[in-house]
Design a protein around this ligand. Structure first.
Ligand code: RI2
Length: 318
């Protein structure tokens, strides 16, 4: 049997996620869902079985791109679970409806968690950020919309410097920004009232998997007595960790750390480029979701409520 055909947009989206043109867990989730919608719209299938097989093949291609961002399989699962109908037209409509509802829910979740996160910030606060997270930014932006004066110290976040995106977006929101190199973070924590970070995955024990450098920042924040929150929609909760699985940490291209010619000039060295690290729950004050804020250790209760049905892998079915 030949592999089902994929809409070009599916392969383009998969490539864009892998190369981080599409990045950030929430954006990856909506990008993947939209790609499934395009697959449903564009693929000609002779019968319902062929249509279903082509949707699963599209989901497989998307799934393989970034292992740590659990929002991706969660998005694929959400859409494929709602695929229903006796003919191709009905199946197609079910996918398009599911994607529309999924994207609507994502936007609403971010607005809701932004309000909750903003309540943790006080007028006059200085926040420190790491990397670029739309969920974390939603909290700061909502605080500004509440009329609070907020300033930000923004870590550049090597190796890809996504802190620059954060700096630009906070400036657009009218927040005064100071950009620092990552290794200056501890020095500047003394000037900070709250650290706000995002997440790529959250494990059942409350561990936060986020851009590499988050765990060191959290330990330093605790040592300096500065509260730290993770802003994360429930799409970031990792259902498989409920049954003992660990979260795979994505290792990226070494050229993101050092250019090949600079590396060659140094001589024989090895280079490692983990994209994420794990912050144990004891170093995180709160996980802020659209369902409220939780001490990290109690996030498992919310996970059981939301993922009681388990972590099926519909894309892996033949
Ligand atoms: P939102 C990013 O990872 C950062 O680690 C960020 O905290 C996280 O995604 C969540 O982003 P990457 O995709 O979903 O830049 O909150 O590797 O936008």
């Amino acid at each position: 049997m030949t592999d089902p055909k994929l809409a070009p947009a599916v392969e383009e989206t998969a490539e864009a996620i892998a190369t981080m043109e599409i990045r950030g867990a929430a954006t990856i989730a909506s990008g993947a869902a939209e790609a499934l919608a395009t697959q449903a719209r564009e693929i000609e299938a002779d019968d319902p079985a062929a249509f279903r097989a082509s949707m699963r093949a599209a989901a497989r291609t998307l799934h393989e791109t970034r292992p740590t961002a659990v929002s991706l399989p969660n998005a694929l699962r959400y859409v494929l679970r709602r695929m229903a109908g006796d003919d191709v037209g009905a199946l197609r409509r079910s996918i398009l409806d599911a994607v529309e509802e999924f994207v609507r829910q994502l936007d609403r979740a971010q607005d809701d968690l932004g309000e909750i996160g903003a309540n943790r910030l006080a007028d006059g606060d200085t926040v420190m950020t790491h990397c670029h997270s739309t969920d974390a930014l939603a909290c700061v932006e909502a605080a500004v919309a509440q009329g609070k004066e907020i300033e930000a110290i923004v870590k550049e976040t090597r190796p890809r410097n996504q802190g620059h995106i954060t700096a630009e977006q906070l400036r657009d929101a009218g927040v005064p920004v100071t950009l620092i190199v990552d290794s200056a973070a501890r020095r500047y924590l003394d000037d900070v009232d709250h650290v706000v970070v995002g997440a790529d995955s959250i494990a059942a024990d409350g561990s936060v998997i986020n851009k590499v450098g988050t765990s060191g920042l959290a330990v330093n924040a605790r040592e300096r007595g500065v509260p730290i929150m993770t802003a994360a929609q429930t799409i970031k909760l990792h259902p498989e960790t409920l049954t003992g699985h660990t979260v795979e940490i994505e290792m990226r291209d070494e050229a993101e750390v050092i250019a090949p010619d600079a590396r060659a000039a140094i001589g024989e060295i090895s280079v490692e480029n983990p994209a994420f690290d794990v912050t144990p729950p004891r170093y995180m004050d709160a996980i802020v979701t659209e369902h409220g804020q939780f001490p990290p250790e109690s996030i498992v209760t919310l996970m059981r409520e939301l993922f009681g049905e388990g972590a099926a892998r519909p894309w892996a079915e033949p």
